[in-house]
Design a binder for this molecule. Structure first.
Ligand SMILES: [Fe+2]
Length: 364
């Protein structure tokens, strides 16, 4: 599905460039230069802006910004058809083009703030199977890429530490193809400092092993670094946390097609105990409910990242839900919108977060 989305986005980006250029070349200053020169100048302006954005951010960010600009220009182009050609002697087209750019900047600035300000989101989940409450810190989708990601993550760990979690879980996409070894090592050491009484556990996401084998560390290096720092990796496996709770984790659906079924994983656990499951991608709700998992923690969706991606992904059936807490039967699913925003530095459909879950005895 993601290949189709990428191809579609690329086609849309090319069209966006053509459309935005066609609007810009009609601005009074450019239109006076004649058809050929105005097209060349409009395209030159767009290429320069996107080149600058690619150098300072990345190509995906530049393309996403221009797709948004295209939508904004389309809206104001429709508006232009209902307004007279001149307002107080000024060209309506010039004024609306300026509005289109300003609206896009304000909207993407909002998305930037949503992506870069990390919130703490709290949930309370009751269970009949436990007598002692357990506080869980869930970190997901950090996609550690830049020096800035590293510094921000380490800084936020100080806040997370104050939550006083008994258990820390990392639910995948901790690193990706763009991550650097130094960043991965620094962040892993810092995470280990949380040192919660019930331990720190890691389950793989689709990006953790790397798709293109072009980063300066291997999956083996990641495993060794996590283990050296006392962070335990769970893959289609379980571990008793205490005499009341079992923690289980699945392999990622897309990178490990041979992963065992949720039923088989549950058979490894003791059903009379509360079983918490880590599954990076929230797309096996029915089976995980029927298997009897009590609390399922996921990430992957980035909460939809940008409008309308969340709705699109749900309609296409890629994920069962996109964000938040969902109760199905006796199972509670929590989907974390992630700490980072991957290549797109905007989150207009959601915000960045880490999650605290108070897993408490029923009726308390
Ligand atoms: Fe993912």
């Amino acid at each position: 599905m993601w290949t189709s989305v990428l191809i579609l986005s690329l086609v849309f980006w090319i069209f966006s460039n053509y459309y935005v250029a066609s609007r810009i070349r009609m601005i009074s200053v450019l239109s006076r230069l004649g058809k050929r020169k105005s097209w060349i100048l409009a395209f030159t302006i767009l290429v320069l802006i996107q080149a600058l954005m690619t150098l300072t951010l990345n190509f995906v960010a530049a393309a996403v910004s221009f797709i948004h600009l295209c939508f904004s220009f389309t809206f104001f182009n429709i508006a232009e058809k209902f307004i007279s050609k001149k307002i107080k002697g000024k060209s309506v087209h010039d004024i609306l083009c300026l509005y289109a750019v300003l609206v896009t900047i304000v909207y993407l600035a909002y998305g930037w703030i949503q992506a870069h300000n990390i919130r703490e989101t709290r949930y309370t989940v009751e269970s009949e199977k436990i007598r002692k409450p357990v506080r869980i810190l869930q970190i997901s989708d950090t996609h550690l890429r830049t020096k800035y990601d590293t510094e921000r993550y380490i800084k936020e760990l100080e806040k997370m530490k104050k939550a006083g979690a008994d258990l820390v879980v990392i639910t995948g996409d901790y690193v990706d193809d763009e991550s650097k070894r130094t960043s991965m090592e620094k962040c892993t050491k810092a995470t280990a400092q949380l040192n919660p009484p019930l331990g720190i556990y890691f389950c793989y996401g689709n990006h953790d092993k790397g798709y293109y084998n072009n980063r300066d560390f291997t999956d083996k290096d990641l495993r060794e670094c996590l283990e050296e720092n006392g962070i335990k990796i769970l893959e289609d496996d379980m571990i008793p946390l205490n005499d009341e709770i079992i923690l289980a984790a699945r392999k990622d659906k897309h990178i490990s097609r041979e992963r065992i079924s949720s039923d088989k994983l549950m058979k490894k656990c003791n059903e009379s105990k509360a079983v918490i499951l880590l599954d990076h991608e929230p797309n096996d709700f029915e089976n995980e409910t029927q298997s009897g998992f009590d609390l399922i923690l996921s990430g992957h969706t980035h909460g939809g990242q940008m409008i309308p991606l969340g709705i699109l992904v749900k309609i296409l059936g890629e994920n069962d839900e996109i964000y938040g807490m969902h109760k199905i039967g006796k199972s509670t699913f929590i989907i974390n919108s992630g700490f980072s925003s991957w290549s797109i530095p905007y989150k207009t459909g959601t915000f960045s977060e880490y999650v605290i879950v108070d897993f408490i005895p029923s009726g308390k």
